[in-house]
Design a binder for this molecule. Structure first.
Ligand code: SF4
Ligand code: SF4
Length: 370
């Protein structure tokens, strides 16, 4: 396979209002798309759900309405959690095509397959459905995005490897040997079944960039390469990886990431060893291993800003700052405090990191006192 390319993930687009995921900053987004295309990249990844269902429409305005269809590729994902019956596949895919203003997808995935959502996809016959969509030419490649352990992934490949061209998986140096995420084992299965890999979360929602000073120093001592570049290069160096998605939120990030992939250099064995060491160091500093993907926000009946309060909890555990307490109190007042969790469990099946969210929220409530 060819060297991996940088994919533009449209789940963390620039915002006008930080607290409103629908307020996409179209001016900044346009600059980013134009720069990205000018640099010779052309792969866009979105989903029905991103930015409260506004991501596809933004891509239509900035990309589809302004560039010829053959000049870019678009991947989109069927929202598995909305599938009640077989006909829902078609309804959702029609909406996705219409929102984007295109006739076909370059890649169509069944979104967020895990233990809880796999039965929904199977009951709605989504695997058979995407196969049909490909035969009809409405998708050039098909597959799944996956958020679970390797054991389930293997079961899925045993049943559906004929259908799956592409798997979008979480792969980064911190999760490579992680017992919950198991990136390495899942990667090995993709290679075994000859499945094309697209990578999500190469910097783990920013976790691999926002590291503590002691970790930064070790990176600086090792080489001049930036911390973000290490994460992208690790992901792009693995066998079968064709696209590394980065959910970029500013032109500055976009420029840095394009630079990494324009002169892409695979990591060496020594680099790999160093990054495994850094993974262990970073892990020690994180109280809650959240990737800030926001999936859990879709169905929280208490309205808790779960990733935000986890972020503040991690920061407070490390730094003990009054600003963390102030921000938490504002978040609790405007939305809801961690203690408002009803333990309904809705978030559990959505969490991409398989976190025990209700119990972790108890720790957050205890630390901040509400
Ligand atoms: S268990 Fe708590 S945090 Fe999770 S969705 Fe229910 S109320 Fe929200
Ligand atoms: S708690 Fe889970 S679903 Fe929610 S943002 Fe963190 S990783 Fe994503």
């Amino acid at each position: 396979m060819k060297d991996a390319i940088l994919g533009f993930g449209a789940m963390r687009l620039p915002l006008v209002d930080e607290n409103n995921p629908e307020s996409i900053d179209m001016e900044e987004f346009t600059k980013m798309v134009d720069y990205y295309m000018e640099q010779g990249f052309n792969y866009f990844d979105t989903s029905y759900a991103y930015h409260n269902e506004k991501s596809e429409g933004a891509i239509k305005k900035v990309l589809v309405d302004r560039y010829p269809r053959e000049s870019y590729q678009i991947a989109n994902k069927i929202p598995t959690w909305l599938l009640q019956k077989e006909e829902d596949n078609d309804k959702l895919v029609d909406i996705m095509l219409e929102r984007l203003g295109i006739e076909y997808f370059d890649v169509l995935l069944i979104h967020n397959i895990n233990q809880a959502l796999l039965p929904k996809a199977e009951n709605a016959k989504s695997f058979e459905y995407i196969k049909k969509v490909k035969e009809e030419g409405k998708a050039l490649k098909i597959g799944i995005s996956f958020h679970e352990k390797a054991e389930l992934f293997e079961e899925i490949l045993e049943k559906y490897s004929e259908v799956i061209d592409v798997a979008l998986i979480q792969l980064n140096y911190m999760d490579w040997n992680d017992q919950r995420i198991q990136s390495k084992k899942i990667h090995e299965l993709c290679v075994k079944y000859n499945i094309e890999i697209q990578v999500m979360e190469p910097i783990k929602g920013g976790t691999l960039v926002n590291v503590v000073d002691s970790v930064k120093e070790q990176f600086n001592d090792y080489s001049d390469t930036s911390i973000a570049e290490w994460a992208l290069r690790f992901a792009g160096s693995q066998e079968n990886v064709t696209v590394v998605l980065s959910g970029m939120s500013s032109l500055e990030q976009m420029k840095e990431n394009c630079e990494t992939f324009r002169n892409f250099e695979k990591i060496t064995k020594e680099d790999h060893k160093f990054l495994m060491k850094m993974a262990r160091e970073i892990k020690k500093t994180l109280a809650i291993d959240c990737s800030f993907c926001n999936y859990c926000l879709k169905d929280c009946e208490a309205g808790i800003q779960i990733p935000d309060v986890f972020n503040l909890y991690n920061s407070e555990k490390l730094y003990h700052l009054q600003s963390n307490v102030d921000l938490y109190n504002t978040c609790a007042r405007v939305y809801a405090p961690a203690s408002a969790c009803t333990e309904c469990g809705n978030c559990l099946e959505l969490c991409t990191q398989q976190l025990d969210i209700p119990n972790l929220l108890k720790d957050v409530a205890k630390l901040f006192g509400i």
